[in-house]
Design a protein around this ligand. Structure first.
Ligand code: PEP
Ligand code: MG
Length: 317
């Protein structure tokens, strides 16, 4: 039955009553594109550009090298959306030339957008390379910053994008609880939000994502995490239906994908391998069912109860 469901699964992501939820792929570079295309991804929801920077720990790749890599990804989705995240260095993704090696708590230090604002030349080169890579292509390029904490961060990023002459939508990742709490303020500066649920869980629960001993707190079904997601999705809606996607691991769990849809999330981005499963599951339920499952999950006290409550709603128990 599962195989039949997957075989029948193709086309754009939507609930059974036609509420569209674009299913996008997370990629690390051109090598991940074929699998994304094969899975029927409607675009890229998270292009993690760090991988391009890992070849040389001493300096950033040249503008030419960056253009070449970005263009290959952009060309693969001619009419689609491609959301590129500028370099997210630091903490679990250290880069010698960018991130301080002597911080007591690297996850709370100069990482993500913070390190780019300290190295404006690196950010400028990356944004210029993206602008050039997209030239003449019909693709809908969107560019977002990791680790945006507040409106000041969002404005600094939007200013840098404008200065680089980038013709794209600018967005902010919501992966720090302060950004979820004040999402409406951040949306005064940027056009879209993308929830990084891996880091959002890490910071909401003070539970290092690299420490297995605290993995219980990293469970994306935690009701407190669902509350933060709902806050960001509500803010995007209140600010005139701006988009608010999820690009963290949470989006790859088919049941949770239905709950995220019910919370008002507007797109889901995940590793290509998960797309057919998420598409097939989402297509089984109406938006109203997803909303009821989301409400039941949020009314729970623990991750396990939230999962069971959503499952019970969706299976009609
Ligand atoms: C996240 O934090 O959820 C995310 C999508 O980004 P990364 O896993 O690359 O930090
Ligand atoms: Mg992150």
């Amino acid at each position: 039955e599962r195989r039949a469901a997957l075989a029948a699964s193709s086309g754009p992501g939507a609930t059974s009553d036609g509420h569209k939820v674009p299913l996008l792929a997370n990629v690390g570079g051109p090598a991940d594109v074929p699998a994304a295309v094969e899975a029927g991804a409607e675009g890229v929801g998270l292009f993690r550009t760090e991988f391009l920077f890992l070849d040389d720990s001493k300096k950033a790749p040249s503008e030419e090298k960056q253009i070449e890599s970005y263009r290959k990804v952009l060309e693969a989705f001619p009419e689609g959306r491609v959301v590129v995240r500028v370099l997210d260095a630091g903490a679990d993704k250290p880069l010698d030339f960018l991130t301080p090696g002597d911080e007591p708590n690297p996850a709370l230090g100069v990482r993500g957008l913070r390190s780019l604002l300290d190295h404006p030349d690196v950010l400028r080169t990356q944004l210029t390379a993206l602008a050039k890579a997209a030239e003449g292509l019909p693709v809908h390029l969107e560019v977002m910053a990791p680790m945006v904490a507040d409106r000041i961060d969002a404005k600094a990023f939007a200013d840098a994008c404008r200065e680089a002459g980038l013709k794209a939508k600018f967005g902010a990742m919501v992966e720090i609880p302060s950004a979820a709490l004040r999402a409406r303020s951040i949306l005064q500066e940027v056009e879209f939000l993308s929830l990084g649920t891996n880091d959002l869980a890490q910071y909401a629960f003070a539970a290092d994502r690299q420490v297995g001993a605290v993995s219980r707190l990293q469970d994306p079904w935690q009701p407190a995490l669902l509350d933060l997601i709902a806050m960001a999705a509500d803010a995007a809606k209140a600010e005139g239906k701006k988009s608010c996607g999820v690009c963290g691991e949470a989006a790859s769990d088919p049941l949770l994908a239905c709950v995220l849809t019910g919370l008002g999330v507007t797109s889901l981005s995940m590793g290509a391998a998960s797309i057919p499963y998420v598409r097939a599951t989402l297509a089984k339920y109406t938006l109203a069912q997803c909303e009821r499952a989301a409400a039941a999950a949020r009314a729970s006290d623990t991750a396990e109860e939230a999962r069971k409550a959503a499952q019970a709603v969706l299976s009609g128990e």
